[in-house]
Design a protein around this ligand. Structure first.
Ligand SMILES: [Zn+2]
Length: 372
């Protein structure tokens, strides 16, 4: 087993906090008729004892990820984040902007240009630097990735950075948010330290409900924090974001949630019900793979992205189908993997419930009712 060195501070002091074993790539969906011999890679989460950055312990040469369709929940988050930064006076008309990599799409460019900001060439510094679309987490070298953002920042510029907080992963036991290709899992306390090393302070931080807790920060050189920062830091520390033992509790959730999912599928299937699921999201991959669910129990996973149709869930025989195929199949149960998406999916596919099907939270087994 290779020694782990921090992707940011290069310390080798730290703890393994979660081990998901060998996992198939979670954003590469093999053609349905390919034999199920997908390559697998180690998936382990490690917490640096020196800088507090939670990160994948291992590098993996995973296949290129096709760009999925942006869910409405993510587009809404982008609009909320832009509106919040605008209301805080951080996006003045005429300001220049640089944006970090956006490997999942969802660039802020159109929104910021409509507010009168101007994107500048790659080698130019800018008044506003955004990593708004969860870009930096894809970098294997976190120190180099942060340098790339900070190097673009004009002397009095502002860096806007968004992350799905490790505190939310802990609070909601979202162990399957840990996935291949996402190398860093930020908390605000760790991020403050990382930015401080680069001479930046966080002026303000805002919390959003996406994924149970998404945080945006504004950072500047030599900045002093307002009370919003201390409030989120206190909250995240209380969740245990710097505490290896608190993070190690995620491991318990792996066995219970995969066993519960398998039981749910077996019970429904045993009762003669036809079980499907919705969204071939990356976080569904480890869940299905560890639950060892195949097309005998789970008849299909519907997804809106046409590129995934005719493919299967990695490491399983479960086909990915279109939403219209899902409706045509007349499912009794549709398991929902990403509960944030439930309202928009129910609105988009009223036929499921009109034909007697039920939406169920794949995590809790709760049935969605008219009030949820
Ligand atoms: Zn470190």
């Amino acid at each position: 087993m290779r020694a782990v060195t921090c992707r940011f501070c290069r310390s080798d002091a730290g703890d393994l906090v979660l081990d998901l074993g060998m996992q198939p790539a979670c954003e590469y969906f093999p053609p349905l008729d390919d034999p199920v011999t997908d390559p697998v890679f180690p998936l382990r989460l490690w917490l640096c004892a020196a800088c507090g950055l939670a990160q994948l312990a291992d590098d993996a040469e995973i296949p290129d990820e096709p760009e999925g369709l942006e869910p409405a929940a993510l587009a809404r988050q982008r609009a909320d984040a832009v509106a919040t930064a605008h209301a805080a006076g951080l996006l003045p008309v005429g300001a220049t902007v640089a944006e970090g990599a956006t490997p999942h799409g969802g660039s802020w460019q159109a929104e910021l240009e409509s507010l009168g900001l101007r994107f500048v060439a790659d080698d130019t510094v800018a008044d506003v630097v955004v990593d708004g679309t969860f870009g930096m987490m894809h970098a294997t070298d976190q120190a180099a990735a942060l340098d790339r953002l900070v190097d673009r920042l004009a002397p009095d510029g502002v860096l806007l950075f968004q992350f799905h907080s490790l505190a939310a992963i802990l609070r909601e036991e979202q162990w399957n948010a840990v996935r291949l290709g996402h190398y860093a899992y930020y908390s605000l306390p760790a991020l403050l330290g990382m930015l401080e090393v680069r001479g930046l302070g966080v002026t303000s931080a805002w919390s959003f409900p996406l994924y149970g807790g998404t945080v945006m920060i504004a950072a500047r050189r030599g900045a002093v924090a307002d009370t919003s920062v201390a409030r989120i830091v206190d909250d995240e520390l209380a969740s245990g974001v710097l505490d290896a033992r608190a993070l190690q509790k995620l491991q318990e959730g792996v066995d219970t949630s995969t066993a519960a999912l398998r039981q749910l599928a077996e019970d429904a299937s045993g009762a003669g019900q036809r079980v499907y699921a919705y969204s071939a999201a990356s976080r569904a991959v480890a869940l299905l793979y560890l639950a060892d669910l195949h097309d005998d129990l789970l008849l299909g996973v519907a997804d809106a992205a046409p590129a995934k149709h005719g493919c299967r869930m990695p490491g399983t025989t479960v086909p990915i189908i279109s939403p219209s195929d899902l409706i045509a199949a007349g499912p009794d149960v549709v398991l929902m993997f990403v509960t944030d998406l439930l309202p928009e999916v129910r609105r988009a596919l009223p036929e499921i419930e009109a034909c007697g099907g039920r939406w169920m939270d794949a995590g809790s087994g709760a049935v969605a009712t008219a009030t949820t």
